[in-house]
Design a protein around this ligand. Structure first.
Ligand SMILES: Cc1ncc(COP(=O)(O)O)c(C=O)c1O
Length: 374
């Protein structure tokens, strides 16, 4: 079976290192908030040229904490894309906000021409979602946000390292949110997330929120008030073992992305003119290919046949947000035409740094054969 994703090859390659990390960390005696977290946060903000950064428990928490830090209150509206992961929406709802959707374009990303129509007096923020490893059109989004004084919180869970006009996603808005879920561009061995910002006020608030509201960076008070909460917070920590592994993997991220782009290049070349709609390429965007998502009207038949050939695929995402039971009440009578069309025909092919070129070629060969016989 060619798996859609697997960490097994990576684990085999780095096993002695990972075991050493585990041993060193546990010998050190700190499970949370130790040197590994500090080093990882330092390297992450250095890599993405931001002033401040806070590691948190997950990408979902990164979004929720970001929304909490800008005081989203009941009734505040937050605009985002209709084609996104559930957590983008759950974070908005759990912060007390109301999700407002904007349909996507052919590239599966928010249609920036449709954002202004959705802005009301209650709109507080926009969450562009850099889906599948692709950067949104940040020039337009920042322009709109400035005009209407809205906060931009970037959902970079699927696009760490992607660029728009040569600038990293997560550095355009006030806050950039990342996920270290194992399948992601920087995948941990467990959950994890990160928030980037250049705003000290937001940074210090986020640091409190991730740790029960306790102020750990009170400069005047060397021994911060332990067990004293300043604002209502959460428990959202990245542990020392994952911090160590993530920091090591961060040093290799350019290589991981390079491998992903090489695999995508093979798919682009081999699957041209086969009837599949391939990912749209754009000169001013650097795509990190978290997913290689294609479209075909006969998707269900194709993925069934691929599975028979022992090739796994995934549909990301089969159900549009506005059609789900948990959220449909926010969108009664609303239609998101492109999202609905795409959700019926999209599927993603295996793509991760350790996927061998031999397997990529096998996938192409078998897929082309299936497409020819349709
Ligand atoms: C677009 C998007 N946003 C947010 C998240 C949430 O990240 P996590 O799974 O780390 O909570 C994900 C992860 O699935 C995602 O793909």
């Amino acid at each position: 079976m060619i798996n859609f994703w697997s960490y097994k090859n990576e684990y085999i390659k780095y096993k002695p290192k990972f075991i050493r990390f585990f041993d060193q960390t546990l010998k050190n005696g700190q499970v949370f908030f130790g040197p590994n977290l500090k080093n990882f946060e330092y390297e992450f903000i250095k890599k993405y040229k931001s002033k401040y950064g806070v590691a948190v428990g997950s990408g979902t928490d990164a979004l929720l904490i970001s929304l909490m830090s800008i005081n989203i209150k009941k009734g505040d509206e937050v605009i985002t894309a209709s084609n996104t992961a559930i957590p983008t929406i759950s974070a908005i709802v759990n912060s007390g906000g109301k999700p407002v959707l904007v349909d996507i374009k052919d590239d599966y990303l928010i249609d920036t021409d449709k954002i202004q129509k959705k802005i009301t007096k209650k709109t507080k923020a926009i969450i562009p979602v850099h889906l599948y490893g692709k950067a949104c059109d940040m020039k337009n989004i920042i322009k709109i946000a400035k005009k209407y004084k809205l906060t931009v919180i970037e959902d970079c869970a699927q696009s760490q390292g992607a660029k728009f006009n040569n600038k990293f996603v997560g550095t355009f808005g006030s806050l950039g949110c990342f996920s270290f879920y194992p399948t992601k561009i920087l995948g941990g061995y467990g959950d994890g997330g990160f928030i980037l910002t250049n705003n000290f006020k937001l940074y210090s608030k986020i640091k409190k929120i991730r740790f029960y509201g306790i102020d750990t960076i009170d400069k005047k008070n060397k021994f911060y008030k332990k067990y004293y909460s300043n604002i209502n917070g959460l428990n959202s920590r990245l542990d020392e073992i994952n911090s160590k592994i993530l920091n090591f993997k961060l040093s290799k991220i350019d290589d991981f992305i390079d491998k992903r782009r090489k695999i995508a290049k093979i798919y682009n070349k081999e699957l041209k003119n086969t009837g599949l709609k391939l990912p749209i390429l754009n000169d001013n965007k650097f795509d990190v290919y978290h997913l290689y998502t294609v479209y075909h009207k006969k998707r269900d038949l194709i993925i069934k046949k691929l599975l028979k050939e022992k090739i796994q695929t995934r549909i990301i995402y089969p159900y549009p947000i506005h059609k789900m039971k948990s959220y449909s009440n926010f969108f009664i009578g609303e239609k998101y035409k492109i999202s609905e069309i795409k959700s019926k025909g999209i599927f993603s092919l295996p793509l991760y740094p350790d996927l061998s070129v031999k397997n990529v070629k096998t996938i192409c060969k078998k897929l082309k054969k299936i497409l020819l016989k349709l």
